[in-house]
Design a binder for this molecule. Sequence first.
Ligand SMILES: [Zn+2]
Length: 231
Amino acid sequence: MSAPALTIEDIRTRLVDRLDELLEPRTVRTRRWVHRVGTDALVPEDVEVRMPGLLGQLARGNPSSTAGRSSSSGGSRPPGSLVAADTLLMIDREARPLAAQLVALRVQAAIDGVQLVAHPRRLIDAVRIIRGFVPDLDRAWLHSVDRTVERWWVHARVTTTWDDAPLRPHVPCPACGKVGGLRVVPEPLTMACLDCGGAWEGSEADLAAVASDTRHAASAAGSNEQEPVAR
Ligand SMILES: [Zn+2]
């Protein structure tokens, strides 16, 4: 496993980008097929869709969440929303203490001897606090926060299925060995394990090999009913 040659500034930029994807709504362009007026002919139409940030997407259908977005949709619960709720809970459990820790460290550094205990109540506030501290994180903290946020971002991407359902390769997880928990989302390539919480992202060239192996193995597995059971 070779680490990608990223500078500290590269990591800072990637961290801010991922936190923005978690927080900020964005407009995506997508193509739909619609009937040409007065005819049966189907024609492509490019439409712009306004999407909430990943946290907002995770919070849909989960009204008790603290993601700071009121969930007003009266529609039925989308498939996979339980996993989305789990992901939101995992991020919530980690983000609020992390934000509190960063605030406390900052105050201690600024005013000698002062200890402050901060408890951001809403997840979205905690994530905003973390984002606000990114420019000031030293190397060790930056690597630590980057790894944590990478896990949130990868899991949020695979459990929000706005466009396409993630691939579910029927192969053992490289980390825990269980079969059935892996989810893969392309562009940018990310993979998460819903069993052990493992997360991989595609800037590591190794992941491409893992994912193509898993896809290959998944299609091979489809033609063979005898599956080895991973323990
Ligand atoms: Zn796993």
